[in-house]
Design a binder for this molecule. Structure first.
Ligand code: SF4
Ligand code: SF4
Length: 470
């Protein structure tokens, strides 16, 4: 009965929270070691995003996902649809990294590297620049619509929209050469899809980082919901040390009186600085909550307070559930070592296969109509179809050779002799492989090598079966 009552109450509370109009959160500005790390992450990640499409490499844009021509340039590498495996591999490595770092240190991704966090930091920085610090922003929001308020709001939104449009332009610049895109915008020649995606991405940036902010993390992000499944009792979490902090007590005088009476007094002075700096507006002292994006702002805020009070910092800190209960913590646990080894193995293999990636890929298919053909009394012929993918960036003519039987020769039909493959093109060549009958067994393995005449790197050798009459 009690349980039902409790459940009913919880449901009511959830309903009320969902229908309650959300009060805007004005996080207080904070300085500290974790904030420095976060600022660094913003600079590096946003710097990369905005600068990369402007870099050139070998006469083309260094990073360009050229969808119309179905090729991706990433610095010196050109990827074709046949290289889709690398993208899948990269996604698997990214997913594994997320598991590994989440199991190790909780929501590191959310706090430092998620685009939502990074862009929100930038939008909040603009807001502070125009409207002032937290107190000034609260006063401005609560105050009437004066001339000053209208001007400040107008400037803030104008800057946000400009940044959002530039972000949309940069995003589309990864798929259409960015200089050409800029030229098209300036000359009013922008295509409908480019216009749509620039506006769509701009709207998403403005809406998510400017207006919705923490609500994206609270209500829209799926990762926030399942990340706790990757936690264990040794995962680093940001937590308030209740044993040390409670009973909290506000006011120096009250604390001194309580101490004089011999009453217990915790280290928390209930200054609420940890709540004021929190971008999601929660109180970390209420325990681990899914709303916490692990930005560590509350650690910086509380450390500053503790130092000012002449106490040890670390009342809020990175710790583990085991450590909080006074049990031993094992950061290097078997699960972590296993994840790490798999991750390193995948990264190593990925790097190796990229470094040894061939610019030519050949698949050999045997002629299904006949195992072999007798050309004359001394010569046998097997016919193969060679599927050749030119993954380099040069136009190629081909030569084909065969090894495995002395005196073996390859004859290309007239129509295939001068066949070329454009960069990224897949072509079929018919190869007639002839061998002296007296050197043949019933079945032998041979190697067929295809070389691109214009590129010494363009070479691939494949094994196949060769059939003779004996
Ligand atoms: S910042 Fe520290 S001292 Fe202040 S309320 Fe938060 S936990 Fe307590
Ligand atoms: S509780 Fe602390 S770590 Fe969590 S979101 Fe708020 S400020 Fe960031």
């Amino acid at each position: 009965m009690d349980k039902n009552k409790h459940t009913g109450g919880e449901t009511q509370k959830v309903k009320l929270e969902l229908y309650k109009s959300k009060e805007k959160i004005h996080p207080r500005e904070i300085k500290g070691r974790f904030q420095t790390l976060r600022t660094l992450a913003v600079w590096v990640l946003l710097g990369l995003f905005y600068v990369l499409p402007w870099l050139n490499w070998d006469g083309h844009q260094a990073v360009l996902f050229d969808l119309p021509h179905r090729r991706f340039y990433i610095f010196g590498l050109t990827f074709w649809p046949q290289d889709f495996i690398y993208l899948s591999w990269l996604l698997i490595i990214a997913a594994f990294s997320l598991f590994f770092f989440t199991a190790l240190a909780g929501r590191l991704w959310c706090g430092y590297a998620c685009p939502q966090t990074v862009w929100t930091e930038l939008f909040i920085w603009i807001e502070r620049l125009v409207e002032g610090d937290r107190n000034k922003q609260i006063k401005l929001d609560k105050g009437p619509w004066t001339r000053e308020k209208i001007v400040k709001k107008f400037i803030k939104h104008a800057l946000w929209i400009a940044l959002a449009l530039w972000t949309g332009y940069t995003f589309v610049g990864y798929f259409t050469p960015i200089r050409e895109l800029g030229h098209n915008i300036l000359h009013g020649q922008l295509g409908p899809w480019e216009t749509f995606w620039i506006l769509f991405y701009a709207l998403a940036t403005y809406g998510n980082a400017g207006i919705l902010r923490e609500q994206v993390c609270l209500y829209m992000c799926p990762y926030a919901r399942f990340q706790s499944a990757m936690f264990d009792r040794d995962t680093l979490i940001i937590s308030y040390d209740e044993k040390r902090g409670e009973p909290r007590m506000k006011g120096r005088k009250r604390r001194e009186e309580a101490l004089a009476k011999g009453e217990p007094v915790g280290d928390c002075i209930d200054c609420t600085m940890c709540v004021q700096v929190c971008p999601t507006g929660i109180d970390i002292r209420d325990g681990l909550q899914y709303e916490c994006i692990a930005c560590a702002a509350c650690i910086d805020a509380c450390d500053e307070v503790m130092i000012r009070e002449g106490k040890e910092p670390g009342l809020i800190r990175y710790t583990t559930e085991n450590a909080l209960e006074g049990k031993p913590t094992h950061i290097l646990r078997p699960r972590m070592v296993f994840y790490f080894m798999i991750l390193m193995g995948m990264v190593g293999l990925f790097t190796y296969s990229l470094a040894h990636r061939q610019s030519l890929q050949v698949d050999v298919l045997r002629d299904r109509n006949a195992l072999y053909r007798i050309v004359d009394s001394k010569t046998v012929e097997n016919v193969y179809t060679l599927k050749i993918a030119n993954k380099g960036d040069k136009l190629l003519h081909f030569e084909v050779s065969a090894e495995g039987v002395p005196g073996m020769q390859v004859v290309l039909p007239k129509q295939d002799k001068n066949k070329v493959a454009e960069p990224g093109q897949l072509i079929n060549l018919t190869a007639k492989v002839r061998a002296p009958m007296d050197k043949l067994k019933r079945i032998q393995t041979i190697r067929l090598t295809v070389r691109g005449k214009e590129d010494p790197q363009a070479e691939d050798t494949e094994k196949t079966k060769y059939f003779g009459p004996k």
